[in-house]
Each structure stands twice: as C-alpha cells, then as structure tokens.
Design a protein around this ligand. Structure first.
Ligand code: NAI
Ligand SMILES: O=C(O)C1=NCCCC1
Length: 322
C-alpha cells in the first residue's frame, strides 16, 4: 500500500532549536536578496468573517538548504478549541518535483516568523535592547516573547492585549517557565506598554489603529507582524516618520498597497541588509520591519525538519510513496 510521510507537530517540536531556526531563516532572507529564491506573491483567499486561506509556493536554490515546497495556511481568528492559525507544508524533491513529505507547519510558522523578527532586530537594532513591548497575546505574541528574549538581553518584556486577562495569563506562563532571566509584565494600555520600549512587536492584525507616533521612543525598532486584509494596527504617521524595511518585494507590492498609497518608500529587504547591499539608517530613527512571511523561509524550514527527522529516526527509505 502507498504510504505518505507525515511529520506531525509533536515531532516538529522535538526537532526545533532556536539557533538552527535563526540560521536557516537568516539564510533564506539572504537568498531572496541574492536572487536564489523563487516565490511569487502568495494567494490570499477571503473566506468571509475574517477567515483567510494562504497558499505559499516557493523554491530555495541553496547548496545546504535547497528546497521546493508549498505551505497552506488557514487563519480562523475566532477559533477557540483549535489554534486560529494552522498550516502544513508539502515538501518536494528539488530536482524532480516528486512529493517527499507533508510536514505540519503551525509551529514552523510561529518559529520562523519570530526568527525573522530576530534577524531584522539584529540588523536594525542590535544594541541597548532593554525593554521589549508586545501588542497582542496570541501565538505570535508568545513565540516572539520567547524568541526575542532568547537572542537579546532584554530586562523586561511587556505585553498588552485588548483582553487584559489574556495578557496576564501569558506573562504568568512565561514567568513560571523560568527559561529567561527577564521579567514579563502585563500592561493596562498600549501607551504604557510601548513607553520607553527599545523594540516592539505588533501581532494583532487589527483593522483599527493601536499604535501612535507620540508614544514611541525616537529610535524604537518595530517588528510589524500582524497580517490581515485591512491591517492598520500601526498609525500611518508612524510609517511616515520611519525607515521601513520589508521581507520581499513581490509580497510587499501585492499586500502593502495601502502603505505605497500613502507614499511610503520601502528602504529595501532585510536580505539586502544581510548582504550589505544597503546599510541601516546612519541617523537615529524609528525602523519598521514589515513582516509578511515568505514561502522560501517555510521551504528552508521544511527541508531542515525533513533532514533531521530522516537522520534521527534512521529512516532508510526516504521515498514518501512506497
Ligand atoms: N508576518 C508573518 O509572517 C505572520 C503573520 N501572522 C499574523 O500575525 C497575527 C497574529 O497571529 P496569531 O498570533 O497566530 O493569532 P492569534 O489569534 O493567536 O492572536 C491574535 C492576537 O491579536 C489580538 N487581536 C485581534 N484583533 C484585535 C483587534 N482588533 N484589536 C486588538 N487586538 C486584537 C487577539 O486578542 C490576540 O491576542 C495575525 O494577524 C496573523 O495573520 C501570522 C503568522 C505569520
Ligand atoms: O507567512 C505566513 O505563514 C503567514 N503570514 C500571514 C498570516 C498567515 C500566515
């Protein structure tokens, strides 16, 4: 009988490690700038009631992490018993296009998105990172708290959520975990959360503006992670006063038209900073990494997980269909 290799979320979780995920994500971002990645703007289907379906095909042409795949992501923000965001990646043989495995990618999506923010923070705000502020308390908020406190020496990580109880629950969980030396605190307002923050992450995808320019430190770095059809969580005035970077031009032209329409000129891709083809701002300024998420990050992660799974499980027959 034919069998399909499915690598489930539990197995993926066992194989994830922050240093490796950071390295793979940074290389994928660099590959985009070096034209070693193929990905079009993704397909985003509006399923009504704020539910979205994303289809993200891509190919990464890289000696170590070459990968061909397609991620399918559903985002149903009202889910309560299941995660709002769920994903799977179809991984194919880069040389033939033959199916190799289907890999659960809910954790992969969370980890690589936080790692992409860590990469952007490394290139745009690598020093004096004492206070991190996170807007939202869902899956992305949690993974960003864990990831950014792992890579940077924050003393305090603040969380704001529209439902304060949820923010309090998240910070209690992070403090109890004890893996990080920093203090996790919940805030009663966005303004108090972002005051004096050196790095900020927005993770709500909210249609309404949550973040105002006058509340921000003049050289704060913002990882803008929320994505929705009408995401306006950051006020236009913040964008106008900032140097804005993107992850890839194809996605930005398709999904960030509202920013182009108000005259925002993107400075370049994070991969361009990694390659050194552009430099970070020389003067003190607010920087924004406008993160959409890239198929080639997922392909690279899927390849990493597949290779580790095969190596660690002593899988002898790597074919998916037998
Ligand atoms: N840039 C990227 O690569 C990725 C972006 N995303 C985006 O990140 C965002 C968060 O994803 P998850 O954490 O998985 O979702 P989630 O549903 O677990 O968390 C969303 C959080 O935002 C808050 N929120 C939602 N609407 C709001 C509003 N109108 N005002 C204030 N707060 C609001 C919720 O209370 C919750 O705390 C989404 O917009 C999603 O599309 C997700 C994955 C990758
Ligand atoms: O890059 C991704 O994966 C996603 N980006 C936006 C929201 C859904 C998933």
């Amino acid at each position: 009988m034919d069998t399909l290799m499915y690598i489930n979320e539990n197995r993926v979780r066992e194989l994830l490690d922050w240093d490796k995920v950071f390295e793979v994500t940074e290389k994928a971002m660099e590959a985009v700038a070096r034209n070693r990645a193929i990905q079009n703007a993704r397909s985003v289907t509006d399923l009504n009631q704020s539910n979205l379906l994303f289809v993200m095909p891509g190919r990464l042409n890289d000696n170590d992490n070459g990968a061909l795949g397609c991620k399918i992501v559903s985002y149903f923000p009202q889910n309560t018993n299941l995660p709002p965001l769920m994903a799977n990646i179809v991984l194919m043989d880069d040389a033939t296009g033959a199916l190799q495995a289907v890999i659960a990618a809910t954790e992969i999506t969370a980890w690589r998105t936080a790692a992409a923010s860590a990469v952007a923070t490394k290139y745009l705000h690598n020093e004096n990172n004492k206070i991190l502020a996170i807007i939202g308390a869902g899956a992305q908020a949690k993974i960003h708290a864990v990831c950014l406190s792992y890579f940077f020496k924050f003393e305090e990580v603040r969380v704001w959520n529209r439902n304060e109880e949820r923010a309090m629950k998240l910070v209690a969980e992070l403090n109890d975990d004890g893996k990080s030396k920093c203090r996790f605190t919940a805030c009663g307002s966005v303004q108090s959360c972002v005051a004096d923050a050196d790095v900020l992450v927005t993770t709500t995808g909210a249609d309404d503006t949550l973040l105002k320019l006058e509340w921000l430190k003049q050289d704060v770095h913002i990882n803008a992670v929320g994505v929705s059809l009408n995401c306006r969580e950051i006020d236009d005035e913040v964008y106008k006063a900032s140097n804005v970077y993107i992850d890839h031009w194809e996605g930005a032209r398709d999904e960030l038209k509202h920013l182009l329409d108000i005259g925002i000129q993107f400075k370049g891709q994070i991969g361009d900073l990694i390659c050194g083809s552009i430099k970070p701002p020389s003067e003190k300024s607010i920087t924004i990494f406008e993160s959409l998420g890239m198929a080639v990050e997922d392909c690279a992660m899927a390849r990493m997980i597949y290779d580790l799974h095969v190596e660690k499980s002593n899988v002898t027959d790597k074919r998916v269909v037998k």
